[in-house]
Design a protein around this ligand. Sequence first.
Ligand SMILES: [Zn+2]
Length: 114
Amino acid sequence: MHELGIVFYIIRDVKQVAEENHVQHVSAVVMDIGEVSTVVPHLLSDCWRWAADKEDLLKGCELKVNLIPAVTHCDGCGREYETVSYGKTCPHCQSENTWLLRGNEVEIKQIEVT
Ligand SMILES: [Zn+2]
């Protein structure tokens, strides 16, 4: 269960931030999840609910997910395109000299406190 491992990382980071800021309860955590990251948002939410409710700091805390669309940059023609539709081959010039610009993130964006 890959998502559960990620949830434990999130909880560890949120706890650390809460401790540093003397926060007693966190009401929501906002995540950026890239479209082509390996994380499945609804599985992440399920694991989150299960694990977060075991922590006093995070009881009832909501996990909000911003899905970040994946974009690939082409070095062949310098343009950008949707990764999910075209994969590694640029639809403009057919070059495979391409790299993922964004869409692979799994990051804590914001922590909301009560
Ligand atoms: Zn191109």
